[in-house]
Design a protein around this ligand. Structure first.
Ligand SMILES: [Zn+2]
Length: 518
C-alpha cells in the first residue's frame, strides 16, 4: 500500500520547552518581577471582563480594544493587549462550553416502532407481530426554539442596539408575536442562569507571551558551558539543551512577531516555543504487529520475536508498591510520597528502555510501521493506591506498572525514529484463529496455548495475537473498515461497538471444509 499522503496545510503544533540554565539572581529578577506583575494584572483584568461579559459577547473586537484601560509603564501596549485577549479567551471558552449544553428544542411527540411480524429474539424470547420494538421522544428544533437560542446570546433589555445586524430583521418579526413577552422572559431566564455559572477566573501564574524581534535566539560555538542563549532586554540567558529532546532545535526560528511563552518556575525560566510540528516518516517498507502482553513477557511480534522483562525487578517493584498500598496514599508522609514518586519514575524509565530495545530490534529488521492495540491511555496512578487489596490480576498489573502510558511512549519513541505507529481496537485479537478466522473464547483453553476449536490450528498463544493485529493492517478490508487514517497515514480505531466488531470479523470466517492446513 502507499503510505505517502498529501500533507495538508493544518499541521499539528508541538510546544518545545527550553529551560534557562544557571541564571544568577540579577538575571532572573527581571522575569520574576514581570511574573508577579503579570499575574496581578491578569487578576485585575479578569473581574473587569466578568462584569462586561455581555459586551464581550456582543462585539468581541470592540471589547478587546478596551485593553488600553490597563496600559502601564512595565509592559508594552501590545503585551497588555495579548494578556487581555488571552483572558477574554478564557471567558469565551467557559461560555462556549455552557452554551454547548443549551437545548432550546421543543418536544414534538413520540416515535414508536412495532414488529412487523412474529420474531424470535437472540435471547430466545418470541415476540408477536405488533409488539413495541422501540420508543423514543421526538424533538423539534423549530423556529421558536431558534429565536429563543438567538436571544440567549443577546442583551435582551436593549435589543435596539442590534439594529443594523443581520438578525435584527427576525427580532422585528418576532416582536409582533403574541407571546413575545413570554419568549423574552424565557430567553432572559436562560441567559441569567448561564451567566450565573460563570465565575470570576483567578490566575495563579504570571505566564505571558513575548513578541520576538527575531534575534533573540543565539548560538555561541566558542562558549564552553552554554552554546545556546536567549537574549531578552539585552540580558543573555543560557539555555539548557537536551540533545534528545531538542533534536529539532535548528527548526526553532525566532522569527519576527512570533511569540514565545515565558514561565517562571522557581529559580529558572522556561521559554516555550510553539512550532509547527511535522513528523518525518520513512517510506513504507513493511509493517509488524506487536502485542504488549505483560503477563508472560513484555511483548511479542508477528515476526515471532518475544521481548522479555526482568522478572526480579518487576517483583521488587510490585512488593514496594504493595507496601505503599497498605499504608494508603492519604496516610503517606512526605518521605513516603517522594519514595512513591521515585518508584514510579524508575519504572517509567525501565519501560521506556524496554520500548527502546524493542524498536532497536524492529528497526534492524527493516520495519517502518507498527500495528498495535489501542490501549487505554488513562493515568492510572490514582487507582494504584486506592484499591483495597493487592491482587496480581492482569488489569491490576497494568495499573501498577502504569502501562496505560505505553502506547504514548511507544509512539513518541517510534516517531523520533521515523516509524509510524498504528492502533487497532483491542477486542478479539487473542481469540481469533489466524488461518480460519473463527472467533471463540475456547480457542484459548489455557493462557499458554491456542488451539482452534474449529480447524484445530495450534500455536503458542502469545504469538497468535500479534499475527491477528498485523492482519488488521494487511487486510485491505479490515484496514479500511475498522480504522481512520490521518494526514500521515497513521491508523486509529473507528468507533465501533464490540458486537459490531465481532460480527464483522466473523464474516471472514472460513468454514472448516475450505481451510487447508499445511
Ligand atoms: Zn481455526
Amino acid at each position: 500500500m502507499s503510505t505517502k499522503t498529501e500533507i495538508e496545510t493544518k499541521l499539528p503544533v508541538r510546544a518545545i520547552r527550553i529551560s534557562s540554565g544557571f541564571s544568577n539572581y540579577k538575571k532572573i529578577k527581571r522575569f520574576r518581577f514581570l511574573n508577579c506583575f503579570v499575574k496581578d494584572l491578569k487578576n485585575r483584568i479578569s473581574p473587569y471582563i466578568h462584569k462586561n461579559l455581555q459586551f464581550l459577547m456582543d462585539d468581541k473586537y470592540k471589547f478587546e480594544k478596551t485593553y488600553n484601560k490597563f496600559n502601564n509603564k512595565n509592559l508594552y501596549a501590545w503585551e497588555v493587549q495579548t494578556i487581555f485577549t488571552d483572558v477574554c479567551e478564557f471567558y469565551e471558552n467557559r461560555i462556549y462550553q455552557l452554551r454547548k449544553g443549551l437545548d432550546t428544542s421543543v418536544q414534538s411527540g413520540y416515535k414508536i416502532t412495532y414488529y412487523k411480524k412474529k420474531v424470535t429474539l437472540k435471547n430466545g424470547i418470541t415476540v408477536k407481530k405488533g409488539s413495541v420494538k422501540d420508543f423514543s421522544i421526538k424533538k423539534k428544533y423549530n423556529e421558536l426554539g431558534k429565536i429563543v437560542k438567538l436571544l440567549t446570546f443577546l442583551d435582551v433589555d436593549n435589543l435596539k442596539k442590534y439594529d443594523g445586524t443581520k438578525f435584527y430583521g427576525s427580532i422585528l418579526y418576532w416582536q409582533k408575536h403574541k407571546h413575545w413577552d413570554r419568549i423574552l422572559k424565557l430567553a432572559k431566564q436562560i441567559n441569567s442562569r448561564l451567566f450565573s455559572k460563570v465565575n470570576v477566573i483567578e490566575f495563579s501564574t504570571g505566564t505571558y507571551r513575548v513578541n520576538l524581534k527575531g534575534d533573540e535566539f543565539i548560538f555561541d560555538e566558542s562558549n564552553k558551558e552554554f552554546k545556546h542563549w536567549f537574549k531578552y532586554d539585552d540580558i543573555f540567558y543560557p539555555l539548557l539543551i537536551n540533545k534528545d529532546y531538542h533534536k529539532n532545535l535548528s527548526k526553532i526560528k525566532t522569527e519576527k512577531n512570533k511569540q514565545v511563552t515565558v514561565k517562571v518556575v522557581g529559580k529558572r525560566v522556561d521559554f516555550i516555543f510553539t512550532n509547527d510540528y511535522e513528523p518525518k516518516f520513512k517510506d513504507f517498507v513493511k509493517c509488524v504487529g506487536i502485542d504488549l502482553n505483560i503477563k508472560h513477557n513484555f511483548c511479542t511480534t508477528s515476526c515471532r520475536k518475544s521481548i522479555d522483562f526482568d522478572r526480579k525487578y518487576l517483583m521488587e517493584f510490585i512488593l514496594e508498591i504493595k507496601k505503599i498500598d497498605k499504608i494508603g496514599y492519604q496516610n503517606l508522609n512526605e518521605i513516603q510520597k517522594n519514595k512513591l514518586k521515585k518508584l514510579i519514575n524508575k519504572n517509567e524509565w525501565y519501560f521506556k528502555n524496554l520500548i527502546s530495545q524493542t524498536l532497536d530490534f524492529l528497526e534492524s529488521q527493516g520495519y517502518t510501521d507498527i500495528m498495535m492495540e489501542d490501549l487505554d491511555t488513562k493515568d492510572f496512578r490514582a487507582s494504584i493506591v486506592s484499591s483495597e487489596e493487592f491482587k496480581e490480576k492482569y488489569t491490576r498489573l497494568i495499573r501498577l506498572l502504569r502501562l496505560g502510558n505505553i502506547k504514548k511512549w511507544m509512539t513518541e519513541q517510534a516517531e523520533k525514529r521515523g516509524m509510524r505507529v498504528h492502533t487497532t481496537p483491542p477486542p478479539y485479537t487473542s481469540q481469533e484463529c489466524p488461518p480460519c478466522h473463527n472467533i471463540d473464547r475456547n480457542n484459548r483453553k489455557t493462557q499458554e496455548n491456542f488451539e482452534c476449536v474449529e480447524c484445530g490450528f495450534k500455536d503458542e498463544a502469545d504469538f497468535v495475537s500479534p499475527v491477528n493485529i498485523l492482519n488488521r493492517f494487511s487486510s485491505n478490508v479490515l484496514r479500511e473498515k475498522l480504522h481512520k487514517k490521518d494526514d500521515y497515514g497513521r491508523l486509529s480505531p473507528k468507533k465501533i461497538s464490540r458486537e459490531k466488531l465481532k460480527e464483522f470479523l466473523s464474516s471472514f470466517h472460513i468454514p472448516l471444509t475450505k481451510v487447508s492446513l499445511n
